[in-house]
Structures are given as C-alpha cells and as structure tokens.
Design a protein around this ligand. Structure first.
Ligand code: HEC
Length: 151
C-alpha cells in the first residue's frame, strides 16, 4: 500500500514537471528568437563592413566583439530550429533546414569555427581584410540554400 502511494506520488511529480516544461516551450518562440539572433548578426557585421569599405577607421576591439557575437550566435542557432517551428511567424527558413539537418548544422559549426579562428588570426588591418570577407561569405552561403528569398 505504502509502496503504491509512493509510486503514485512519484508519477504525479513527474507529470507536473513535464507539464511545467511544456508551458515554458509553448511560451518561448524559437522562430522569433532565431530571427532576433540573425538581426544581431547583421548589426554586429555593420561596423566591420564599414571598415572593409574604408568608411569607418579600423578598430581591432570592435572587430573582436563582432567575432564573439558571430561565434555565440552560431552556437545558439541550431537549437532554435526544432521540428515544430517549420511554419509561422513569417519564417523564411526553407524545408531543407529540416530535410538536410546535418548539413545545415554543419554550416553553423563551420561558421563558429571560422569566427573563433579569426579571433586569433586577426591582429591588424591587413589580417582583418584577409579574413573577414571569408566569414561574410558564410552568411550568403547558408542563405542561398536555406532561406527563402523575400519579394
Ligand atoms: C547556417 C545558416 C546560416 C548562416 C551561417 C547565417 N544565416 Fe542568416 N538566416 C538563416 C536562416 C535559415 C534564416 C531564416 C530564419 C527564419 O526566418 O526563421 C536567416 C535569416 C536571416 C536574416 C533575417 C532575420 C529576420 O529579421 O527575419 C538576417 C538579417 C540574416 N539571416 C543575417 C545573417 C548574417 C549577417 C549572417 C552572417 C554574419 C548570417 N545571417 C548567417 C541561416 C543562416
């Protein structure tokens, strides 16, 4: 009898925590979150983009901050494409994100590795001009296959 009560109590506790998790997932919106992360990427790329064009003076500290944002976003992004986020919220993610998941996640891993490597290799304006454009090509390289072109 006691044994049965304990099992029932454990079951209830388990169910309650499961219900709690479900609520959290329902409240957060992975599509909005990933779109915000992407906006952060664009924002972070702005200053170095200006430096490449010679419109903004080279600033190593600012470049390093951008590279950290790139690596950070690349680490977080793969988890924000769960199976239940294929539609809604004006998503531009193509079905290929889910049908070619390994390749898609591989592009994030590569982007992260490149951003970390650039943190070490970029030491001055010359090394910045050599390494940064390569990173920027990763944006288009992924969008090409995995993001719908807008209007
Ligand atoms: C490995 C793939 C991948 C990489 C790398 C990547 N993106 Fe994206 N990006 C996407 C996908 C997929 C979407 C569509 C997300 C959605 O709408 O759900 C997107 C959407 C965006 C958006 C639109 C966000 C919005 O407001 O809806 C911007 C801006 C953007 N990316 C900028 C960048 C920049 C800048 C880089 C490089 C520094 C980059 N992305 C690198 C896959 C990638």
């Amino acid at each position: 009898m006691i044994r049965r009560l304990v099992v029932a109590a454990a079951f209830c506790a388990g169910f309650a925590s499961l219900a709690g998790v479900t609520t959290v997932v329902a409240q957060s919106n992975p599509i909005a979150e990933r779109q915000q992360l992407m906006k952060n990427l664009s924002q972070a790329a702005r200053a170095p983009g200006g430096m490449l064009k010679g419109e903004v003076p080279f600033d190593l500290a600012a470049v390093q901050t951008t590279l950290k944002t790139f690596a950070d976003v690349a680490t977080k992004a793969p988890a924000l494409f769960p199976d239940n986020s294929k539609t809604g919220n004006d998503t531009a993610a193509l079905p290929k994100v889910w049908t070619d998941k390994a390749d898609f996640n591989g592009l994030w891993t590569k982007f992260e590795k490149d951003a970390v490597a650039a943190q070490a290799s970029i030491k001055d304006e010359a090394s910045f001009k050599a390494a940064f454009p390569v990173l920027m090509r990763s944006c288009g390289g992924c969008h090409e296959g995995y993001r719908a072109k807008k209007g």
